[in-house]
Design a protein around this ligand. Sequence first.
Ligand SMILES: [Zn+2]
Length: 125
Amino acid sequence: MFQQSEAFLDIVDEHEYDHPRCLGRMLLARTRDLDQIQLHDLRPAIRAALEHQPLDSEKPGLAQHYCVECARYFESDVALRSHWRTKLHKRRLKRLQEPAYTIEEAERAAGLGRELRTSTVSTAA
Ligand SMILES: [Zn+2]
């Protein structure tokens, strides 16, 4: 999945960002997954586009105050700046610095969790 998305991003790079209409559609997506933000939104060119969106009356603050890391719109520059100082945003930054989550890792983590639970039960009994 991880290797695939790298190749996919290259295709997207070539074909999508030159077309503002496609970028607009992408921005309409309500929520962004962490790995989408990590692998996509934080690329300098995309980040710049996200931070300089055209005026949009349907978005909070006309889409002029966007936190790329959290994929959230704010009403004003003051609101965005105070958001940057929140725990929520700082935690998000930390998580985005970690490598993108893969299915393999998730499965390994789930397996480990089960093993630990079983051994606890058998020790108690
Ligand atoms: Zn944020």
